[in-house]
Design a protein around this ligand. Structure first.
Ligand code: AMP
Length: 400
């Protein structure tokens, strides 16, 4: 059974083709700069060098056609015919309160996702364009939606509500949703498997730290709280997003600077975070280098990141009545031993003891706490595509 996983951004389309008999990846690639000059596809058949093709790609429908051509190519393709493809799984960012799990995409689902566009104006339209592109190219193929928000739908009301008048929740669905759910789901399960314990028996804090970062409290396998909220802006400081700020900063700064909501939103999403504090870069590698060279603002940005994540870990341990496992994933979590050490330093009182030698690891599954650490600390590379492929297989098979 071959399954294609599609992840559309506003000007990009990422894909992975899985053979679900052994969950191997047959090919993967990225179409970039859709609708912009300089569009290209980078396609890699497993075991071969990447092939790059520059071509005009005006929209997501054209992008998907280019992907299909690459997948069917005689030399670097991975399919002889599209009939080999059993289903397509889509990463979709926002499903509101409607879906707490993955679903077969029907017209009702598309309508629900369109309704969520005001909640995720940057992401859902692109995800929907991916669904429309596949529907046009392969009208009979089953398509499954896997939602970033779904895993967090188990949060209790007292965790997801904001302290604003209740009618705003009723009228506009203003609440905490949380994101990166597929990643928090995957790494919490995988950590339990590595430790040989049922996930239902564990209190786990998962730290998805990449360009965007979120922390989640996973109690008994269910998300009970997470640091992102109504939007992916709050929580810890990120590459260019501010993380938590006093909401009155927004009206204060827009008054002072004479800028409107849209411009304020740009400041908070694109000019803040590690970039805004350091003035150096949004990339932690550059910040680490600059801090080592004596740049005080880079040092401050790094310290803010560690301190912020540490505080979330502490508060989620309190939310769950303790913590058994701490997991790091995504670009920073998987690759920066320095960030993991910076975060864990000061958590010894909670039973976190990092093994500094084991912590010297990049992009590999490993237990990085000492043998006598009460809290097990792990690096688990995330694999959202695999979760999407698994859900797609299950839902497409159940249909038959
Ligand atoms: P992601 O969004 O998960 O792809 O993560 C991207 C981010 O991971 C980059 O912006 C970097 O800040 C960070 N990153 C990747 N590799 C390293 C590394 N070796 N050391 C520190 N940060 C890293």
């Amino acid at each position: 059974m071959k399954i294609l996983v599609v992840n559309c951004g506003s000007s990009s389309l990422k894909y992975q083709l899985f053979d679900m008999t052994d969950e191997s990846v047959l090919a993967k690639g990225l179409v970039e700069r859709i609708g912009i000059e300089g569009a290209r596809i980078k396609h890699t058949k497993t075991g071969m060098d990447a092939v790059i093709r520059n071509t005009e790609i005006s929209n997501h429908k054209v992008a998907f056609k280019v992907v299909v051509e690459a997948l069917l190519d005689d030399s670097h393709g991975a399919l002889k015919s599209l009939d080999e493809l059993s289903a397509v799984g889509h990463r979709v960012v926002h499903a509101g309160e409607k879906y707490a799990g993955s679903v077969m995409i029907t017209q009702d689902v598309i309508d629900a996702l369109e309704e969520c566009v005001p909640l995720a104006p940057l992401h859902n339209p692109a995800n929907l364009m991916g669904i429309y592109a596949v529907t046009e190219a392969l009208p009979n193929i089953p398509q499954v939606g896997v939602f970033d928000t779904a895993f967090h739908q188990t949060m209790p009301g007292y965790a997801y509500m904001y302290g604003v008048p209740y009618h705003y929740y009723e009228k506009y669905k203003v609440r905490r949703y949380g994101f990166h759910g597929t990643s928090h789901f995957y790494v919490s399960r995988r950590a339990a498997e590595i430790l040989g314990k049922p996930v239902e028996s564990l209190n786990i804090v998962t730290c998805h730290m990449g360009n965007g970062s979120s922390i989640a409290a996973v109690k008994g396998g269910k998300s009970v709280d997470t640091s992102m909220g109504f939007s992916p802006l709050p929580g810890v400081i990120m590459g260019t997003r501010s993380g938590d700020v006093d909401p009155l900063l927004v009206s204060f700064l827009s008054d002072q600077e004479g800028i409107d909501n849209k411009a304020m939103s740009h400041v908070l999403n694109k000019e803040s975070g590690l970039l805004g504090i350091s003035g150096v870069s949004s990339d932690l590698r550059d910040i680490e280098e600059a801090a080592d060279a004596g740049n005080q603002r880079a040092r401050l940005a790094e310290d803010m990141l560690y301190y912020g994540v540490r505080k979330y870990i502490g508060s989620y341990a309190a939310a769950m009545g303790g913590m058994d496992v701490l997991v790091f994933t995504a670009g920073i979590g998987e690759n920066s031993g320095r960030a993991r050490e910076g975060i864990c330093t000061g958590l010894e009182f909670m039973g976190v003891k990092l093994d500094l030698e084991k912590n010297n690891v990049r992009g590999k599954e490993r237990i990085i706490s000492t043998d006598d650490s009460r809290v097990k600390v792990l690096v688990v590379p995330t694999d959202e595509e695999l979760v999407i492929a698994r859900d797609t297989k299950k839902i497409a098979m159940d249909r038959n």
